[in-house]
Design a protein around this ligand. Structure first.
Ligand SMILES: [Zn+2]
Ligand SMILES: [Zn+2]
Ligand SMILES: [Zn+2]
Length: 541
């Protein structure tokens, strides 16, 4: 292991610790294979069954809507469940596990087993056919399963775990007894992590024998990252020789002996929702510093301003219902947009407005996606993306190297690019986009300041990327850099170092986002200062 060791984390049992001083950008751990993993049934058609590469580069989704054809995955003719990016992955998967499960999947056609069942079944079949690495089985089986707690809690969760164990036992025709299988299913439930694309979209579940030991903290000091080159089929930049499936990177400087923690939950959620999710999914109560601080703040607010506390709870409910609706089509897009807009406006009108208060971050993010769909209102999406970058990101993801923050910045640059191109009318250009680009100008952001911010965010993001371990994302950023015109690129240094341009840019941004000087100084300025403190030297456009 590179820089990590197992130790005793007092009340939490085992934990992972830094064995030496590490800084952002150092690789703490890399896994070449995922011990147990499966793609969600709904996502199976879009991802390679072996390397988890997607059929579409996620960062291109908005930029080239409708222009880029999805790469084709080759479907396994035996089961028609597994799809592969190429012959290499198909051969490897066949040898390592698929030959033993393919016929089982084929028999069940057109029914496809849920991902947890497939994950555990593959692992069992690998063991029975002597395909597992030495010690892997016992390492996984020694993890906590909380099987007794889950049994005592009963209910639907326990029922579905039992059904899954039965399914694995029956379909795999294994000699392993059902109690062991149930234990394994529970181990996956309480230790499994979300398999995501590089850009954070959830696509399945995985369990890594080393990461099993890492404890949770709502403000964790390390991150798990799936490098980009494992993620995109036929991507021109897929040239890396590195074959790690996932890597563990520090989010800040870490001292020798310090415990390493990751967050299992969405940091934008309210403390009550986070705690509930951790209790249901991982069976523990989080007592991290962030939870204590958030709980004290919530309690404090109820004491000082019970009306506002109640009001916040209502806003949360409204956003929860809207997000739920969006998951289950058909839904009314205009209705969802207007609910989110009204919650956002109400929250922003509070004198003590804070961008990190739930549900503000979730509402802004979802509204951005809705506006971006089919280029519905790219101008409004730009405003949401700017709020996310300037106000929300710094307040929630306190490290500059947080993948969510960097990925959001790359998306923001794509929105900038889309509008920038639309300023100059030309045949074949979407008239709707042209109109939206003009709207931004009418709302107060001049062409000059528009370019200033586009360049500024590009430079800041690049500086973050180079210092973090996420260097695989530089390719996506380079695409954005290249799309900035050569004349603009030549003017970059001059523009970014000019005090006059900066001041005008900030004044116009305040106007666009509807903020007064006080709010700007309090919420956006600190983040801009942190970016400015990064070394941006060596950036050639
Ligand atoms: Zn593949
Ligand atoms: Zn097959
Ligand atoms: Zn917590």
């Amino acid at each position: 292991m590179q820089g990590i060791q197992v130790g005793n984390a007092s009340s939490k049992g085992r934990g992972l610790f830094a064995s030496k001083a590490v800084a952002a950008g150092d690789t703490l751990y890399a896994a070449g294979e995922l011990a147990i993993a499966a793609i969600n049934t709904a996502e199976l058609p879009r991802f390679c069954y072996r390397c988890y590469a997607g059929s579409r580069p996620s960062t291109e989704q908005w930029y080239n809507v409708g222009q880029r054809r999805d790469a084709e995955l080759k479907v396994c003719t035996g089961c028609q469940v597994a799809r592969f990016c190429g012959a290499r992955c198909q051969k490897q998967a066949w040898k390592k596990y698929h030959k033993h499960e393919c016929k089982i999947f084929a028999k069940l056609k057109p029914k496809v087993l849920p991902e947890q069942v497939r994950a555990v079944m593959t692992f069992l079949l690998q063991r029975e056919n002597a395909l597992l690495a030495d010690g892997l089985w016992s390492k996984v089986m020694s993890a906590t399963s909380h099987v007794d707690d889950l049994k005592a809690a009963g209910g639907n969760t326990w029922m579905s775990l039992m059904l899954m164990a039965k399914a694995v036992h029956e379909y795999s025709q294994t000699k392993v007894d059902i109690a062991t299988i149930l234990n394994l299913i529970c181990i996956l439930k309480v230790n499994g992590l979300q398999l995501s694309t590089t850009y954070g979209d959830p696509i399945g579940v995985f369990l890594d024998p080393t990461l099993i030991m890492i404890n949770h903290n709502c403000n964790g000091n390390v991150m798990v990252h799936r490098p980009d080159y494992t993620n995109v089929i036929g991507w021109p930049h897929r040239v890396s020789q590195d074959t790690a499936m996932l890597k563990l990177f520090p989010l800040r400087d870490i001292a020798p002996g310090e415990e390493l923690t990751i967050s299992y939950v969405d940091a934008t959620e309210h403390v009550a929702a986070r705690q509930k999710n951790l209790q249901t999914d991982y069976l523990f109560t989080c007592v991290c510093e962030k939870c204590n601080k958030d709980k004290a703040a919530a309690k404090g607010l109820s004491g000082i301003d019970p009306n506002l506390a109640r009001q916040q709870a209502t806003w949360r409910e409204e956003v929860d219902v809207t997000l739920q609706l969006l998951k289950s089509p058909p839904f009314s897009v205009p209705l969802c947009i207007s609910t989110l807009k009204s919650v956002i406006a109400a929250m922003e009108s509070q004198p003590c407005f804070s961008a990190s208060t739930d549900p503000y971050p979730r509402a802004i993010h979802e509204l951005k996606l809705l506006h971006m769909d089919d280029h519905r209102s790219v101008d409004a999406a730009l405003i949401c993306a700017l709020k996310e970058h300037l106000l929300i990101g710094p307040a929630i993801y306190t490290s500059l190297y947080y993948p969510t923050r960097i990925v959001n910045a790359i998306y923001l640059l794509q929105v900038f690019a889309l509008l920038d191109d639309s300023f100059t009318p030309s045949p074949g250009r979407d008239p709707q986009l042209e109109h939206q680009a003009r709207e931004i100008e009418k709302m107060g952001l001049s062409r000059k300041s528009f370019k200033y911010w586009r360049l500024r965010i590009c430079v800041d993001t690049r500086a973050c990327l180079l210092k973090s371990g996420l260097t695989d994302l530089t390719n996506a950023l380079e695409m954005e850099q290249m799309s900035i015109g050569i004349n603009d690129r030549l003017a970059v240094q001059e523009m970014l170092s000019s005090e006059v341009v900066r001041r005008q840019g900030e004044e116009e941004m305040m106007k666009l986002l509807g903020m007064d000087v006080d709010r700007w100084e309090r919420l956006a300025k600190p983040a801009l200062k942190t970016y400015a403190s990064l070394q941006t030297g060596g950036w050639t456009m």
